[in-house]
Write a protein that binds this ligand. Structure first.
Ligand code: NAD
Ligand code: TYD
Length: 349
């Protein structure tokens, strides 16, 4: 029996990881620790909430007492750490919250793992989920590799980079068994509608403007969220201790091209005349310090552990749009809450 602590399991990527592990490994106990910030939603987990090998604990990763309690109560031997503040725009308006959760929260978990596991690191693992944004921004050429020097440029990526450094420092100083993955932009079901793809799907559905930052020429490398969850499963079980793996889809899009694909598919789904949704595109003031291009080279993960993305982008985006169209109540319940306030502040409307 393995007792695995997954942090941030009520969020976008976390819920797919929790669902995969609960269903695929009935002999593991999965403990999901999440403080349920605006981004955490237990509705994402209804299909497994009553599974006998699943437990939810509402707690903050910065709360040392609660973190100690979860390690002791459930005799944790593996951690998959996803809990974080994750949205770049919010990190620009509220950097302190990002430093607190992403750095201090990670440190709190690392330190408790060290204390709880001090006598025996055998069969223990602290798996830290990070982002390609720690590597900074690329020009027109090249890819991020595992040994690309860190050069974070937003408060979000600076806080994630700092947490990665702490994870490696705990390996180097205390011998903690760790592994880190750095993944590119995810898309798919259950993503909070502050991120580009669900925000734009929702705005198209409601005939609202599509706020494109700057000229829309920034490039992101998109990966379907279930492929990320599969990669996490592979690395958790077969990753080399102490190593880093990049995860990405070799799937680069300029924002504006991606937005046009979404508009086209949405016109079809909504039975609107071709070109209707594109008319909603509105160029707005660029994000401060907007990273130009991210592109991940995930060759190491493919060659060493045999992982590859399973979905082509065209298929993934159709599936994603279908999910949001079939789950409109999920979206409506989210946007009727605090999100309205955030939207007004971010987009002046
Ligand atoms: P998300 O914002 O959707 O979810 C974050 C979850 O963490 C939420 O459930 C939230 O309630 C929880 N959380 C936040 N602060 C907490 C705290 N102090 N204590 C306990 N729980 C807390 O994020 P996501 O997009 O699912 O990202 C998950 C992880 O993957 C993050 O570490 C992020 O940096 C990383 N990542 C994300 C992407 C992406 O494209 N979304 C890409 C690469 C890496
Ligand atoms: P986002 O989904 O916030 O992810 P990240 O900033 O982590 O890459 O944004 C993806 C891209 O879309 C990024 O280049 C910023 C851009 N963008 C817009 O043009 N308009 C928007 O309203 C949002 C949220 C993002």
């Amino acid at each position: 029996m393995k007792n695995i602590l997954i942090t941030g399991g009520a969020g976008f990527i976390g819920c797919h990881v929790v669902k995969l592990f609960v269903k695929k490994y009935p002999n593991y106990n999965i403990i999901n620790l999440d403080s349920l910030t605006y981004a955490g939603n237990l509705e994402n987990l209804t299909e497994i909430e009553n599974a006998p090998n699943y437990t939810f604990m509402k707690a903050d990763i910065c709360d040392r007492e609660r973190v100690k309690e979860v390690f002791e109560k459930y005799d944790i031997d593996g951690v998959i750490h996803l809990a974080a503040e994750s949205h770049v725009d919010r990190s620009i308006t509220n950097p302190f919250e990002f430093a607190q959760t992403n750095i201090m929260g990670t440190l709190t978990l690392l330190n408790q793992a060290k204390i709880s596991w001090k006598d025996n690191y055998t069969d223990k693992l602290f798996y830290h989920i990070s982002t390609d944004e720690v590597y900074g921004s690329l020009g027109a050429e090249g890819f991020f590799l595992e040994d690309t020097p860190y050069d974070p440029k937003s408060p979000y990526s600076a806080a994630k980079a700092s947490s990665d450094h702490f994870v490696r420092a705990y390996k180097n100083t205390f011998g903690l068994p760790i592994v880190i993955t750095n993944c590119s932009n995810n898309y798919g079901p259950n993503q909070f509608p502050e991120k580009l793809i669900p925000l734009f799907i929702n705005n198209i559905r409601n005939n609202k403007p599509l706020p494109v930052y700057g000229e829309g020429l920034n490039i992101r490398d998109w990966l379907y969220v279930e492929d990320h969850a599969r990669a996490i499963d592979v690395v958790f079980h077969n990753g080399k201790l102490g190593d880093t793996y990049n995860i990405g889809g070799f799937n680069e899009w300029t924002n504006i091209d991606l937005i046009k694909v979404i508009c086209k598919v949405m016109d079809k789904k909504l039975g609107r005349t071709k070109g209707t949704s594109e008319q909603l595109i509105t160029y707005v003031t660029d994000r401060a310090g907007h990273d130009m291009r991210y592109a991940i080279d995930s060759t190491k993960l493919k060659e060493e552990l045999g992982w590859e993305p399973s979905l082509q982008f065209e298929e993934g985006i159709e599936k994603t749009i279908d999910w949001y169209m079939d789950n409109q109540e999920w979206m409506d319940r989210i946007v009727s809450g605090d999100y309205q306030e955030y939207y007004k502040k971010q987009y002046n409307q």
